[in-house]
Design a protein around this ligand. Structure first.
Ligand SMILES: C[S@@+](CC[C@H](N)C(=O)[O-])C[C@H]1O[C@@H](n2cnc3c(N)ncnc32)[C@H](O)[C@@H]1O
Length: 260
């Protein structure tokens, strides 16, 4: 039976972000980058048998439908795509787009802290910067709950932000140096304090690597991924009120793992 959805302040923040700030158009989504999408497609091709039926889950799908598009493109008509987000607004925006493209996706409004999906039935779970609570306990819970939904041999793959990315930028851009003293980048707590997204707590590489192993995911790929795309450089300069530097890239982690 479907659980009743209970909202919390972080959920409301995301709902408002999607609703009021026209999130899909205004703030960067990694999923508008061809480099990012190519990485996902290549990993899907390398990890899954595209000639058999595959069940895919996209948690924290947000309003950008490009992961759903990638799944369909690589895995063809035999793929069943489920996507979930705790923001109804995000789901509505995303669904309108996948409907328009004729891609069949089942959307669930759920929090991955409290899932009513329980079966270990997915062949692949793909995340794109979607484990972003300000609470480490929530982020660990999200990963633990999601990993349980994979079949043995299934893949958990995707992109994770790093707390050290903004530190790195603060160290290499004099105009961002103040982020360290102002507390925007809180290294000790691995937290980022942003005007637009509130506080987010990200995993250090070792924290994430150890967590993946703890939740029975064999780590096949764990690499730094540079979001080297001039559109991100432009959006970041607008977002953080910094002068435009076309050489600027955000970076984060890309992982691909197999459920034991
Ligand atoms: C940074 S956005 C990324 C959206 C999308 N994956 C993309 O790359 O464009 C994070 C998304 O995760 C969703 N989210 C955050 N915490 C969640 C939770 N506990 N359960 C479900 N969705 C969540 C937010 O509503 C938001 O849509």
């Amino acid at each position: 039976m479907r659980k009743r959805f209970v909202t919390d302040p972080e959920n409301q923040l995301w709902d408002n972000t999607h609703k009021n700030k026209r999130y899909s158009n205004r703030v960067f989504s990694l999923l508008d980058s061809d480099r990012v999408l190519e990485k996902v497609k290549m990993s899907l091709r390398n990890s899954l048998n595209c000639n058999s039926a595959v069940r895919a889950l996209i948690p924290g799908c947000g309003s950008n439908p490009n992961l759903q598009v990638c799944c369909r493109e690589v895995l063809g008509n035999l793929v069943t795509i489920d996507a979930l987000d705790w923001s109804q607004e995000a789901i509505d925006i995303s669904k309108a787009q996948t409907d328009r493209l004729g891609i069949d996706v089942t959307y669930f409004r759920q929090s991955y802290y409290d899932l009513s999906l329980t079966e270990s039935s997915y062949d692949v779970i793909i995340v794109s910067n979607a484990i972003v609570s300000q609470s480490n306990a929530n982020n660990v819970l999200a990963m633990t709950n999601l990993a349980k939904l994979l079949k043995p041999g299934g893949h958990f793959m995707g992109f994770f932000p790093s707390p050290f990315n903004m530190l790195d930028y603060a160290l290499t851009n004099p105009n961002a140096r103040k982020w360290i003293t102002s507390g925007t980048v809180d290294v000790e707590n691995r937290m980022i304090h942003e005007d637009n997204f509130g506080i987010q707590r990200f995993f250090s590489p070792l924290e994430l690597y150890r967590l993946l192993k703890d939740i029975d995911l064999q780590v096949d790929v764990f690499e730094l991924f540079f979001y080297d795309d001039h559109r991100f450089a432009r959006q970041i300069s607008e977002l953080y009120h910094l002068s435009y530097d076309p050489g600027f890239c955000f970076w984060g982690y890309f992982i691909n793992t197999t459920k034991k």
